[in-house]
Design a binder for this molecule. Structure first.
Ligand SMILES: Cc1ncc(C[n+]2csc(CCOP(=O)(O)OP(=O)(O)O)c2C)c(N)n1
Ligand SMILES: [Mg+2]
Length: 618
């Protein structure tokens, strides 16, 4: 048996491309586990004893190459959770220089890497072990994929020779994650490690960004290679067009110059392209109103009169009316998501549409576009601004001002209960609108988008495309690590918080001063609102019992408070903002408050519910 293990441990090194796997498919995982265990022991002995041939630079293990390449890519912090097949990598990480944050669950770690990327503009890195570890990344990767966030995931895999063998903790990670990554691959030769990692960072962060996963069998991590050659990227099929087509830009400029009722509709692409400054310059030069998607909020200062705030299902009435009335819709870095467009057939019926996007596949995907411009938003907006004239457009701006006056966002300010909108307004006031805000998914997310006024990009960090409950807390941890000096607040829902609250322990462990404000309505509020409106108030399974969050927070080592009276709100927020520890405030909000306005799914943007309520509060 011992010699059999030794033979295999040596043979897999010569067998990294995976040949010879099929004939071992019948082995049971217990036997494989034995091989892994004994094989690893053998590898550890071998790896410590082998030396470089005379005259050559020392050989490095795959794990060392991974760490060195990450450092070369500028990674100083990563998120990762250990497990058998990533132990060689963790062993190298143990020696530094990269800071490793260990979450309590790999999903949390993946959201942390995502939040880190969104807050910093850098690539977020997450490491997980094979099988269950890798599977736990799926939601996080899909979240990053839908919102085009650059994340590199490194997963361990069972030894190459065991792949396909139902080995212990084996999962087909590349198969499982293919649809939720921009690119993924398995590395079967240590010689390819550096190049593939480099390519992964490049793919994740260029073009339309997105998550990339690299699956690394443990034998590749312990195999040795003379890593002294610079690795050239080989990506013949990957082209990123950054410069926009001159004639298309000229056509777009002409359309803007001719338009009487133009509207800029911008999304997360402005954030990825770091194009806020160019957006402002264009809007100022041509005198354009701007509406933003959830992911675009803050790319144009919401405190300015030209901001129409968010559009779509829970967007403002004035943004939605402007979309339906405009004669030119200038979409930049936005993808015409169905939460934005409502009924496609009647979306922006009077408008010619310009679409600036780096992803050619986004053009005319949902809505037919008249003038597409493919390329980097920063470059294109800058070029456009050079060809544009100022126009007063008085009747258009007056019309918009009329909608703003008639249907402002509002709520019953005279209520003696804690209204969630009030808490968010108070948070905005006390932080002077400058905090970095993360959210879960639900009503609280929409109220945050409506009532916190964002003035810069990367200030609101929220799961838009996938709508992932449980995103808020780990994303806040990632954001706080990326921006240590800033106030980071997770405005969460009770049930969203329930999903990942264990990550408070991670915040405590790393002394992160994150704040969590739970908008505790005791409901899965958004489904409850739909049930109220469309299911005859049958609140099927949309409320569950909750723990006492202040006690939970304290048990996990954070500070925890409860605010159950309206008068407590300002003081509770003030105390929270003054605290350096992770801090949770459980706001017992009005239980059956609704988000208004609301475009019911499948309706046109101008068929909003709740306008009478908003009008009565104007
Ligand atoms: C992981 C996940 N599961 C289910 C849903 C569907 N969903 C959307 S909002 C919501 C309820 C959210 O409740 P809570 O976090 O308390 O927020 P609230 O709406 O009450 O503010 C649910 C179940 C989801 N978005 N994500
Ligand atoms: Mg709730």
């Amino acid at each position: 048996m011992a010699s059999e293990v030794a033979r295999k441990a040596i043979s897999y090194r010569n067998n990294v491309s995976g040949q010879g796997i099929a004939d071992r498919k019948d082995k049971r995982y217990t036997l494989n586990a034995e091989f892994i265990r004994k094989g690893q022991k053998k590898m550890a002995t071998e790896s410590s004893s082998s030396a470089a041939p005379a005259g050559q630079s020392p050989l490095k293990t795959g794990a060392q190459i991974i760490v060195d390449t990450l450092v070369d890519e500028g990674v100083d912090t990563l998120f990762g959770y250990p497990g058998g097949v990533v132990l060689p990598l963790f062993d190298k990480l143990y020696d530094g220089p990269i800071r490793v944050i260990v979450p309590r669950h790999e999903q949390g770690g993946c959201h942390m890497a995502d939040g880190y990327a969104r807050a910093s503009g850098k690539v977020g890195v997450i490491i997980a072990t094979s099988g269950p570890g890798a599977c736990n990344l799926v939601t996080g990767l899909a979240t990053a994929m839908m919102d085009s966030i650059p994340v590199v995931a490194i997963t361990g895999q069972v030894r190459t020779e065991l792949i396909g063998n139902d080995a212990f903790q084996e999962a087909d990670t590349t198969g499982i994650t293919r649809p939720v990554t921009k690119y993924n691959c398995i590395v079967k030769d240590v010689k390819e490690l550096r190049r593939i990692i480099k390519e992964s960072f490049y793919i994740a962060s260029t073009g339309r960004p997105g998550p990339v996963l690299i699956d690394i069998p443990v034998d590749v991590s312990v195999a040795k290679h003379n890593d002294n050659e610079p690795a050239e990227m080989k990506l013949p099929g990957y082209r990123v067009q950054t410069k926009g087509h001159g004639r298309q830009i000229a056509m777009a400029a002409q359309a803007i110059n001719q338009s009487e009722r133009p509207l800029l509709y911008v999304g997360g692409g402005i954030v990825s392209a770091n194009a806020s400054e160019e957006l402002r310059a264009l809007a100022d030069k041509a005198h354009l109103p701007v509406t933003m998607t959830l992911l675009g909020l803050g790319t144009f200062d919401q405190n300015r009169a030209e901001s129409l705030d968010m559009l779509g299902m829970h967007g403002t009435a004035y943004a939605n009316y402007a979309v339906q009335e405009c004669d030119l819709l200038i979409a930049v870095g936005a993808r015409f998501d169905d939460r934005v467009t409502g009924k496609i057939k009647t979306f922006a019926p009077k408008a010619k549409i310009i679409h600036v996007d780096i992803d050619p596949a986004s053009i005319s995907k949902n809505v037919n576009v008249d003038i597409p411009v493919v390329g980097d938003a920063k470059l294109i907006l800058d070029e456009l601004a050079g060809q544009i004239e100022y126009k007063e457009r008085k009747p258009w701006f007056e019309k918009i001002a009329g909608w703003k006056k008639k249907f402002p966002l509002g709520y019953d300010r005279s209520s003696s209960n804690i209204k969630p909108q009030y808490v968010i307004e108070e948070l905005c006031r006390q932080t002077q609108g400058q905090a970095i805000i993360t959210t879960g998914v639900g009503q609280h997310q929409m109220w945050t988008a409506q009532f916190y006024k964002f003035s810069r990009a990367r200030q609101l960090i929220s799961s838009g495309g996938l709508g992932t409950m449980g995103f808020g807390l780990p994303a806040a941890i990632g954001a706080q690590i990326a921006r240590p000096g800033e106030t980071v607040i997770d405005i969460d829902g009770d049930h969203s918080f329930n999903m990942t609250m264990t990550e408070l322990a991670t915040a405590v462990e790393h002394n992160l001063p994150i704040k969590v404000c739970i908008m505790n309505n005791g409901y899965m509020g958004l489904p409850r609102q739909w049930q109220e409106l469309f299911y005859n108030k049958r609140y099927a399974m949309s409320s569950l019992s909750n723990p006492d969050y202040a006690t939970v927070a304290r048990a996990l080592g954070a500070a925890g408070e409860t605010a159950d009276r309206k008068g407590d709100v300002p003081k509770a927020i003030k105390m929270m903002l003054g605290e350096k520890r992770p801090y949770v405030v459980d706001f017992k909000i009005e239980r059956e408050e609704n988000v208004w306005p609301m475009v019911p799914a499948g309706k046109s943007l101008d068929e909003m519910n709740g306008l009478d309520i908003l009008e009565s509060m104007a």
